[in-house]
Design a protein around this ligand. Structure first.
Ligand SMILES: Nc1ncnc2c1ncn2[C@@H]1O[C@H](COP(=O)(O)OP(=O)(O)OP(=O)(O)O)[C@@H](O)[C@H]1O
Ligand SMILES: [Mg+2]
Length: 419
């Protein structure tokens, strides 16, 4: 029997309708495997879950937990002025802000509105020598290994009362320390893996091929790491990427630098020379940059909504920086959004760039992918112009797409499938 899904998708267990609250322990959600910006159609979409983890890392006492608590409103991470305040990682799930979803929900008079989500993890401070077990050592590098992207908080605020573990505010040195520790940890892992590969003998030609790809990838990455460059800067073939995926190298993960500034710098952060320095480094290291005051963001969450705008205005800014940060993290992960919208529910679904219509349907439920017939699709702007699916159909704005269709950012979709 052919059925239509989309507006009726609420009937099925939703992968990303997770509660918006912080939880004290890591959730055992299936995770995105690998972070190719373009989804390769050879991979199975069953590997993909749309709750992605962004790890907040940095030196001790730079504002990581303060930022985490602000991002995950009512987060319960302890934030205090002493190094190594955080030991066990704190985890929280955060909705991805998207104005389009509110518009769709309004047009469809939806009873429920469900945004996409990202999981944030507040990790302990990392110090020089962590890869050799210094500070809280290897345990924390292993927490970083589990995340899909890294937000590195870099202290750019001067405050003599807040201890800096290295004695002074120096973003370049802070960034170098963290990068070196990640590089050492990756080198260690690569060398161990190479030893293993030397001993092991591949049984068949396919495993032999895989081992060869792995070996060549490891050699290229090792060279880059020795030159102080992250693994993500190395150009690899698809085979090579696949062959080293299970190693979860730390420097392969995409990074956003979060310049944590004083409230007085919020209006014109580029006037702060520390921020300028971080900007330069971020582009050198092929990474993103967001400027924020973790302290201000944390204070904002304590205020009632109407007083927030006033407080921000008093600091010379119009918006909180958190939305930007969450959005930037989402974009950095190469994620795309499509929507389903009906009376029961309007919902944002997360997919990887390049996913086809059946794969996108599979994010809602594997049956949608298996029994996929066609997708009725309308671009977000066209949906808004028409006002509804029915009106879009009448105006000829609705397209019927088949198995090969690559879902576009903002598509509003209805799936026809067989069960
Ligand atoms: N932008 C800022 N301006 C001024 N003070 C700040 C700012 N951001 C954070 N702080 C202060 O810095 C101190 C350390 O913050 P926090 O506990 O969040 O650091 P952390 O990086 O999580 O430390 P640890 O690694 O020890 O867990 C706190 O007293 C916090 O209020
Ligand atoms: Mg902390």
């Amino acid at each position: 029997m052919a059925r239509i899904a989309g507006a009726y998708a609420y009937l099925l267990p939703a992968l990303n309708s997770l509660p918006v609250k912080s939880t004290p322990t890591t959730l055992s959600l299936p995770r995105l495997m690998g972070l190719d910006r373009n989804y390769s159609s050879s991979s199975s979409s069953s590997k993909i879950s749309m709750s992605l983890k962004a790890g907040i890392v940095g030196l001790p006492n730079v504002g990581k937990s303060t930022l985490f608590n602000a991002v995950v409103e009512n987060g319960k991470a302890q934030a205090a002025n002493f190094p190594f305040c955080t030991i066990e990682p704190n985890v929280g799930i955060v909705p991805v802000p998207d104005n389009r979803l509110q518009v769709l929900s309004h047009l469809s008079k939806s009873l429920k509105t469900v945004p996409a989500s990202i999981e944030f993890v507040d990790i302990a401070g990392l110090v020089k020598g962590a890869s050799q077990g210094e500070g809280l050592g290897n345990k924390f590098l292993s927490h970083i290994r589990e995340v899909d992207s890294i937000l590195q908080v870099v202290r750019c605020f001067e405050d003599n009362d807040i201890v800096h573990v290295n004695g002074k505010v120096d973003p370049k040195s802070d960034i170098d320390v963290i990068n070196l520790e990640l590089i050492f940890s990756d080198l260690d892992q690569i060398q161990k893996r190479m030893e293993k590969l030397k001993k092991g003998k591949a049984k068949d030609s396919q495993s032999k091929l895989k081992e060869e790809s792995e070996r060549s990838a490891l050699e290229k990455i090792e060279q880059a790491l020795m030159d102080g460059k992250p693994a993500r800067s190395v150009r690899l073939t698809d085979f090579e990427k696949e062959a080293i995926r299970q190693l979860c190298l730390l420097t392969m993960k995409p990074v956003i630098y979060v310049a944590n500034v004083a409230e007085t710098d919020l209006a014109e952060p580029e006037n702060n020379p520390h921020v300028k320095e971080v900007m330069g480094l971020a582009s050198e290291l092929e990474s993103g940059l967001v400027t924020i005051s973790a302290q201000v963001e944390a204070e904002l969450t304590e205020l009632p909504p109407d007083e927030r705008t006033e407080y921000l205005k008093s600091l010379g800014v119009n918006y909180s920086g958190l939305g930007n940060l969450i959005r930037a993290t989402y974009d950095l992960l190469g994620l795309r959004t499509y929507f389903t919208s009906g009376e029961k529910e309007s919902k944002a679904w997360t997919i990887l760039a390049g996913m086809t219509a059946p794969q996108a349907a599979g994010v809602i439920h594997s049956d949608f992918e298996k029994g996929f017939i066609r997708a009725e699709t309308v671009a977000y702007d066209d949906f808004v112009t028409a006002g509804s699916f029915a009106a879009a159909r009448e105006k000829g704005l609705l397209r019927s797409e088949g198995k090969e269709y690559v879902v576009q950012e903002g598509d509003v979709m209805l799936f026809r499938f067989n069960v």
